[in-house]
Ligand binder design. Structure first.
Ligand code: PEP
Ligand code: MN
Length: 254
């Protein structure tokens, strides 16, 4: 993706805000992501919100803000596609990694369409999906011609209410056994709380994950979406330092 490989010895960290808010926020976000040493930038322009009255994202304008902030910093961009009608725009904007979110993991028509492109796809696990269902979803993309797929575990629904979702660490070695695809972890939507993100990130790398996607914000308390789980610039930079030690202990770098 824009010269960044996922799945090799180097662990890749994608970071940025949950949603694209303003051009100024995105410029600050790109600086934060770059300074921390992350190599790809995320930002949601189309947001799948549980409540229809919550901020739904700036759409196409958001995509422009993401792109304009990321490009000067040479950060490939990662953003969620909700609707096939926006795919052409994603392709013409040059989105480097198309995210398919948990709510669309089994949106088969969407999977077929991204399968007809060559753009890498970040396929998140459905919140109630088994690994077999998830791999079948990946197969939809591959069967339509696109084998540039990254799997992302982001926690599953469980009986537990002390955190947002239950991170399935076991999925990492299982996927490593069952597929050749890169596997990354989203500790932010799993824990749902910034203070849980470091431990989950470290566990993921120790268990063999190829990367992480971490939500961050230059002013977490002001974030329009998922404020509780956003890391501050300082926390993101510190976490990257700590992750370097874990990476080294499993013979990887970051
Ligand atoms: C996101 O990454 O902003 C997101 C909505 O994630 P998920 O699909 O895992 O809930
Ligand atoms: Mn989010």
């Amino acid at each position: 993706m824009g010269g960044v490989a996922m799945g090799g010895k180097t662990i890749q960290v994608i970071s940025g805000p949950c949603s694209v808010e303003t051009p100024e926020q995105m410029v600050a976000a790109a600086k934060m992501v770059k300074n921390a040493g992350c190599r790809l930038m995320r930002g949601g322009a189309f947001k799948p919100r549980t409540n229809p009255y919550s901020f739904q994202g700036h759409g196409i304008d958001g995509l422009t803000m993401l792109e304009q902030a990321a490009r000067p910093n040479e950060l490939p961009i990662v953003t969620e596609l909700l609707d096939v009608r926006h795919l052409e725009h994603f392709l013409s904007t040059g989105v480097d990694l198309i995210q398919i979110g948990t709510r669309n993991m089994q949106n088969f028509e969407l999977l077929k369409e991204v399968g007809r492109t060559k753009t890498p796809v970040l396929l998140k696990r459905g919140m109630c999906a088994t690994i077999k269902e998830w791999l079948n979803a990946a197969e939809y993309i591959a069967a339509h011609g696109n084998s540039n797929i990254i799997l992302c575990e982001r926690g599953v629904r469980s009986f537990e209410s002390a955190y947002r979702n239950m991170l399935d660490i076991t999925a990492i070695p299982v996927l490593k056994r069952e597929t050749h695809l890169p596997v990354i972890i989203d500790p932010s939507h799993a824990g749902g709380c910034a203070s849980l993100v470091p431990a989950l990130s470290k566990a993921a790398i120790a268990a063999g994950a190829d990367g992480l996607i971490i939500e961050s914000h230059h002013q977490p308390e002001q974030a329009w979406c998922d404020a509780e789980q956003a890391l501050s610039p300082q926390s993101l930079a510190q976490l990257m330092q700590e992750l370097a030690l874990i990476a080294k202990s499993v013979n990887r770098d970051i």
